[in-house]
Design a binder for this molecule. Structure first.
Ligand code: ARG
Ligand code: GLU
Length: 729
């Protein structure tokens, strides 16, 4: 009987733990601690987050506002993904010193490379400030007035909340405006590049393997935080010293096994887990397919050029990777949402919700929510689509149009803020365009334009297409824009921007490329965006009420707030999965798998001689497990973009892995988390150590770290216990 109870409890815990969630670190104690311990965690909530003593959070800074990183030595050594440090590695690379291709290792601190525009931000403390921010809001009736009051309260608290001179205050909303949290942060500005493996390790498998399991990528790079003599944030100076952290993560040499507890700590960017069915339906059937089609065409054109021309390949490598990343993600997401019947699941949940509303006697407050969602989503759809086309075609994927839009904004500055503002902005823009043209190839862009403008004019909602662009001959339009526009060269655009205000405006408005952008942008800003914004404000208010209702009517279940780029804890266990009938994925990959994928000379699957040599000699140092080097592993941690570079931490608080991706079948977890197939992908820390030590010969970096054997210790203490018990008997 007791056994049954324990089994039952285990089952409940197991299923609950599989529900996903990105939790607020300061609220773990009441919310999650018990469950975490049931899953195997040996720490307490205060080991993870505490304001009075050092805790794990003190080792986990936000990396340049987009990725996560962790401190792994008492001298401020910082670990993140290769793809997170990619642009820094690229910035230091040249044909002679190609760190992207060959890797980079600073053999002493003086060789570490400073970076412009790179910072890391630590969280000092988190406080719930909902009361202060919502003070006086309830009394107001219009949504616009409410938002104004909230902004005012945020600004006031920002000013009055006590902090040190070297700290900042950030206030963020949770649960769509139902909760507000204040963060005291410290941002370090001197962060130097310490090491990076070659792309054949750090980006092994590239776009083919991206978002896919089984995976074999050593997606890591190393940086170091520098501080002033008082260990405080400071701009770069050669006199700065390595930062002494409040906490750094010990690195485990024991790795993980299936079902081991893991915790991923980081800054997930954005999820939308509480959308109504109608919204998910639009993503699956309308917006994702449109965006995928646009990027598919752009990528095909660019790829064709990149494969034929090495210079173009370098120019477009980074842009291509960025566009390809979300293109591929949207495909996986759409497939996953369909396969898991997410829309129907949501509809069923909504039925249950409606019944709960009735049962609680809350029809007046919540009874119309779902109908209002339906109505507003139906109304907003053409505006959303039109906006997506504008964003993807004009702003994101056709470079000439994107630049044209910047010039369009320049003209707007003139009409709203006058000549001086115009001139300042113009000079600024002109000086910054060198970087743009360095990576711009007009042949590539012309072909991309021809493909994408066709989609824009013929497939986006027709009621918003300006009349003079209806029935356009695409080939003629392309030839006329790319044959005459001055924007196709740096010289040309400098010419456009030369002279007094009136001359510049006249030249711009005579340019065929500019004219096209202006026509498109005028229509978008007049006919599409205002209406989109107003319905969207309405939808945000509905979403806030819907969230409030769910929190109120589901008091017994735990609900986590959507990701919002703030520090979160997600936890789970190491686990394989079954992607489809009769296929079983195990949770760990090994260096043997790298060799299986090896294609000599291939741009995605080449392996360097040095690594092959280490593999053949089995020269693995202390980093192997049963004679093999583990490379990647997966777990049930609920992660998203922004969790790149997040530490995967074991039951005791040691670093076992480095998060960098999710599996193909589970990419829909930003919208609908299915515990059966959603998995995050991590680099095994022993692969990281092996590459640093054995591959790069940078053992001095490993020596800085604190290496631990939590499992061996446990085993030896278990043995002792067994012995003791034996003695008793
Ligand atoms: N999919 C991972 C993440 O979203 C890795 C992206 C970097 N790799 C690439 N091939 N683009 O962002
Ligand atoms: N690669 C993603 C990033 O850059 C993390 C993976 C994910 O989206 O889950 O943040």
């Amino acid at each position: 009987m007791k056994f049954l109870k324990v089994l039952l409890l285990f089952f409940v815990v197991q299923t609950q733990a599989q529900q996903g969630g990105m939790w607020i670190p300061s609220l773990l104690e009441g919310m999650n601690e018990t469950e975490m311990k049931n899953l195997g965690m040996k720490m307490s909530a205060s080991d993870i987050y505490d304001v009075n003593k050092s805790s794990l959070k003190d080792a986990v800074p936000h990396f340049n506002g987009g990725c996560t990183s962790e401190v792994i030595s008492p001298k401020g050594l910082l670990l993140t993904n290769h793809h997170c440090g990619y642009s820094q590695i690229q910035a230091h690379s040249s044909v002679e010193n190609d760190y992207l291709t060959n890797g980079f290792w600073a053999m002493k601190m003086e060789d570490e490379l400073p970076n412009k525009d790179l910072d890391v931000t630590f969280i000092v403390k988190i406080e719930d400030v909902t009361k202060q921010i919502l003070n006086g809001v309830e009394a107001l009736t219009s949504e616009v007035e409410k938002q104004k009051k909230i902004q005012q309260n945020i600004a006031d608290l920002n000013k009055s909340f006590p902090k040190e001179s070297f700290q900042e205050i950030k206030i963020r909303t949770f649960f769509e405006g139902n909760q507000y949290m204040l963060f005291v942060t410290e941002t370090f500005l001197d962060v130097r590049l310490v090491g990076a493996p070659p792309s054949s390790i750090g980006k092994f498998g590239s776009d083919t393997d991206n978002w896919v399991w089984p995976r074999h990528t050593g997606d890591f790079s190393l940086f170091r935080i520098y501080a002033d003599k008082n260990n405080r944030p400071a701009a770069y100076s050669k006199d700065n010293v390595p930062y002494t952290p409040k906490h750094f993560l010990p690195v485990s040499l024991d790795g993980v096994a299936e079902d081991d507890f893991t915790l991923v700590f980081g800054y997930p960017g954005r999820t939308t887990e509480y959308l109504p069915a109608v919204a998910v339906e639009q993503i699956v059937n309308e917006t994702n397919p449109a965006k995928i089609e646009i990027r598919d065409r752009a990528l095909k054109v660019t790829d064709g050029f990149m494969r034929k021309d090495q210079a173009i390949k370098i120019q477009y490598a980074s842009k291509y990777a960025g566009i390809a990343n979300y293109y591929k993600k949207w495909i996986g997401e759409t497939q996953g949402l369909k396969k898991s019947n997410a829309v129907q699941v949501k509809k069923d949940q909504e039925k249950a919700f409606q019944q709960k509303v009735v049962k609680a006697g809350k029809q007046a407050e919540y009874g119309n929510l779902l109908a209002d969602f339906d109505k507003n989503y139906a109304e907003i759809l053409p505006y959303t689509l039109s906006r997506d086309y504008f964003m993807e075609v004009v702003l994101r994927n056709t470079e000439l149009l994107g630049l044209g839009f910047k010039l369009y904004q320049l003209e707007q500055v003139q009409s709203t803020r006058g000549d001086q503002a115009f001139t300042d902005r113009k000079n600024n823009l002109r000086d910054g365009l060198g970087d743009f043209y360095k990576n711009f190839n007009v042949q590539v862009d012309e072909k991309v334009f021809e493909q994408l403008i066709d989609l824009y004019l013929n497939k986006s909602p027709q009621q918003f297409i300006p009349s003079n662009l209806k029935n356009t001959n695409i080939a003629q339009l392309t030839a006329s824009v790319y044959g005459t526009s001055k924007m196709t060269t740096y010289e040309g655009v400098k010419e456009l921007l030369t002279g007094d205000t009136q001359t510049v405006l006249k030249n711009l408005n005579n340019d065929k490329g500019y004219q096209l952008v202006k026509t498109l942008a005028d229509a978008f800003l007049k006919d599409v965006n205002p209406k989109f914004e107003s319905i969207n404000t309405e939808l945000s208010a509905l979403q806030r009420t819907y969230m409030k209702a769910q929190l109120e009517l589901n008091k017994d279940s735990r609900i986590f707030p959507d990701a919002n780029s703030t520090l979160r804890v997600t936890y789970g266990v190491v686990k394989g999965y079954e992607p489809r009938d009769a296929v079983v994925y195990t949770p760990v990959t090994y260096l043997d798998g790298v060799m299986e994928k090896y294609i000599p000379g291939d741009y995605e699957f080449d392996v360097s001689e040095k690594l092959i040599d280490l593999y053949n000699k089995k020269d693995y140092g202390p980093y192997a497990e049963n004679g093999k080097i583990p490379v990647n592993f997966i777990g049930t941690n609920h992660t998203t973009g922004g969790n790149s570079g997040s530490p995967a931490i074991d039951a005791h608080g040691n670093l076992v892995g480095l998060n960098f991706d999710r599996v193909w079948e589970g990419t829909m977890s930003d919208i609908y988390y299915d515990p059966a197939i959603c998995r995050n992908i991590m680099v095994d820390m022993r692969y990281v150590l092996f590459i640093i030590d054995k591959y790069a010969g940078a053992k001095h970096l490993v020596d800085e770290m604190k290496l631990v054997h939590p499992k061996k210790n446990k085993q030896s203490s278990k043995k002792q216990k067994v012995k003791k018990n034996k003695n008793k008997n």
